[in-house]
Design a protein around this ligand. Structure first.
Ligand SMILES: C[S@@+](CC[C@H](N)C(=O)[O-])C[C@H]1O[C@@H](n2cnc3c(N)ncnc32)[C@H](O)[C@@H]1O
Ligand code: SF4
Length: 403
C-alpha cells in the first residue's frame, strides 16, 4: 500500500444501506433498518475505515445511501470520532445525503461541528400527491422545514434532489415545483428523469399498464428544468446537475455559458459537487459500506450488497469485497470518455490524455465526427463536448465511446 501523502487517494464514498421505508422507484441497495443491525454496520464501517485509512487523504467525502441521516446522534458521533482519530477529517468538501424526514437541529449541528460542509437533500417533488405516489416518507412542509434547520445550523452549501417525468406529474405541477425550488435559493440542484428500474414496484406498475410513459412530455420537462434553473442563476455543468458559481472576479462571460463564450471555454461552476466531478473525470476513489464500488489506480472493486455479510467479513478482519476487476487500459479510457461527456465542459483533449494516456482525437475521431454531424457534438482544436441536444441523449452518445 502506498504511504506517501502525494499518492494517497483523495476521494471517499461511504454507503449507508438503510432507509425508513423503500420508495417505489428506488433500486439503490438499502433496507428498512433494525437498530441492532445499524449498530453492527457502524462498527464494521469503522473497521473498514481503519483498513484503508493509510491510503487515504480525503479532499472530498460523500456519505450517500440509502439514508445517512437515518443514523442517530450516537452512531454519527462514533463514526466521526473514528474518522478524526484516523486523520480522515478536514476535507475541502464533505457531503451527507439527507431525507427531509430525518433532519434535526441536533444532528445538523453535530455534522457541522465535525466538518460536514455540504448537505444533499432528497426532496423529489413539492407536490404532496406525488410525494405519496413515490412512497416518500416526507411531506412538502418537511422539505421547507429541514432546509431552514440546515441553514440555521450554518450549512451554506446545500443541494436539492428532484425527479421529473413522475407518473401523473403534469407540466403545471413540474413548473410549480421548479418555481418553489428556485425560491429556496439552494447552491446546487440535481434533477433526474424517473428511471424504471427492474424489480421496483414502479416498474411492475408500468409493466401492468397502470400509467402511460410520455417521452415527449419528459423531453419538455427536461427543457423546462434547464430553462428554469438557468433563470434562477444556476449553471448546468452535467446532464442532471446545476450549481451556482460563487467565485469573485470571474467575468460573467465565463460563468454561465453566454452566447459570446467559445464552447471550449465552458467552466465548471465553483459550487459544483467536487466529489462527483472526480467520478466523471475518471479519478480514483474509495467506496466503503455494503454495495459500494471503489476505483483505485485502475482497479475496480465492489463490496457485497448484503449488510449481514458485509458485517461478518469485517468482524473477521477482512474487507467485504465481492469482485475485483482490472480493466484493459483502452476500455478504461473509453469509460472515462463516456462519463466525462456527461459534463457540459466535455473533454479538453490534453486533460483526457493526462488522465487516460490516450488521445481522444486518435482513438475516437470517427465517433466525434458522427456526433458533430448529427448536431450532438461540438469539436474545437482543444476540446470535444456535447451540444445541449447531445446532452439530452448523453447516454446514447456516451455508449459510442465504450470499447
Ligand atoms: C440516495 S437518494 C438521496 C437521499 C435519500 N435517500 C433520499 O432519497 O432522500 C439519491 C437520489 O437518487 C434519485 N433517484 C433514486 N432512484 C431513482 C430513479 N429510479 N429514477 C430517478 N432518480 C432516482 C433521487 O432523486 C434520490 O434523491
Ligand atoms: S430514494 Fe432515498 S429514501 Fe427512497 S428508498 Fe432510495 S435511498 Fe431510500
Amino acid at each position: 500500500m502506498a504511504d506517501s501523502t502525494a499518492t494517497r487517494v483523495a476521494n471517499l464514498y461511504v454507503h449507508v444501506p438503510f432507509c425508513a421505508q423503500k420508495c417505489v422507484y428506488c433500486a439503490f441497495y438499502s433496507e428498512a433498518s433494525s437498530g441492532e443491525l445499524v449498530n453492527r454496520y457502524v462498527a464494521a464501517l469503522i473497521r473498514e475505515l481503519e483498513i484503508v485509512a493509510g491510503d487515504l487523504k480525503p479532499k472530498t467525502i460523500f456519505f450517500g445511501g440509502g439514508t445517512p441521516s437515518l443514523l442517530n446522534l450516537r452512531q454519527w458521533e462514533q463514526i466521526l470520532r473514528a474518522m478524526e482519530k484516523l486523520n480522515l477529517l478536514g476535507a475541502e468538501e464533505f457531503t451527507v445525503e439527507c431525507n427531509p424526514a430525518t433532519v434535526s437541529s441536533d444532528k445538523a449541528k453535530l455534522l457541522r461541528d465535525f466538518g460536514v460542509n455540504r448537505v444533499s437533500m432528497g426532496i423529489q417533488s413539492l407536490d404532496e400527491k406525488l410525494l405519496d405516489r413515490l412512497g416518500r416518507i416526507h411531506s412538502r412542509e418537511m422539505a421547507f422545514k429541514s432546509f431552514d434547520i440546515l441553514r440555521s445550523a450554518g450549512f451554506d452549501n446545500l443541494n436539492l434532489d428532484l425527479m421529473f417525468a413522475i407518473p401523473t406529474q403534469t407540466m403545471e405541477i413540474w413548473r410549480a415545483t421548479l418555481v418553489e425550488v428556485a425560491a429556496m435559493q439552494s447552491e446546487h440542484l440535481s434533477s433526474y428523469e424517473v428511471i424504471y428500474e427492474d424489480d421496483t414496484p414502479l416498474f411492475a406498475q408500468m409493466k401492468a399498464g397502470e400509467f402511460d410513459v410520455d417521452e415527449n412530455l419528459s423531453c419538455e420537462m427536461f427543457e423546462e428544468l434547464v430553462t428554469s434553473a438557468t433563470r434562477a442563476g444556476f449553471q448546468q455543468y452535467e446532464v442532471a446537475n446545476f450549481a451556482r458559481d460563487g467565485r469573485e472576479g470571474v467575468p460573467p462571460s465565463l460563468k454561465s455559458g453566454s452566447p459570446t463564450q467559445r464552447p471550449s471555454q465552458v467552466q465548471i461552476p465553483s459550487l459544483a459537487c467536487k466529489h462527483n466531478v472526480n467520478y466523471w473525470r475518471g479519478g480514483s476513489f474509495y467506496g466503503l459500506g455494503p454495495s459500494a464500488t471503489s476505483y483505485v489506480r485502475g482497479v475496480r472493486t465492489k463490496n457485497w450488497s448484503n449488510t449481514q455479510l458485509y458485517c461478518e467479513q469485517l468482524e473477521n478482519g477482512k474487507r467485504a469485497i465481492e469482485s475485483t476487476e482490472e480493466l484493459p487500459p483502452l476500455r478504461r479510457a473509453g469509460e472515462t470518455a463516456a462519463f466525462g461527456l456527461r459534463m457540459n465542459a466535455g473533454w479538453p483533449f490534453s486533460e483526457f490524455q493526462r488522465v487516460t494516456g490516450y488521445d481522444l482525437r486518435r482513438e475516437w475521431s470517427a465517433e466525434m465526427d458522427q456526433l458533430t454531424e448529427r448536431g450532438w457534438g461540438n469539436i474545437s482544436s482543444d476540446n470535444f463536448q456535447l451540444t445541449p441536444q447531445g446532452l439530452r441523449f448523453a447516454d446514447t452518445a456516451a455508449e459510442m465511446f465504450l470499447r
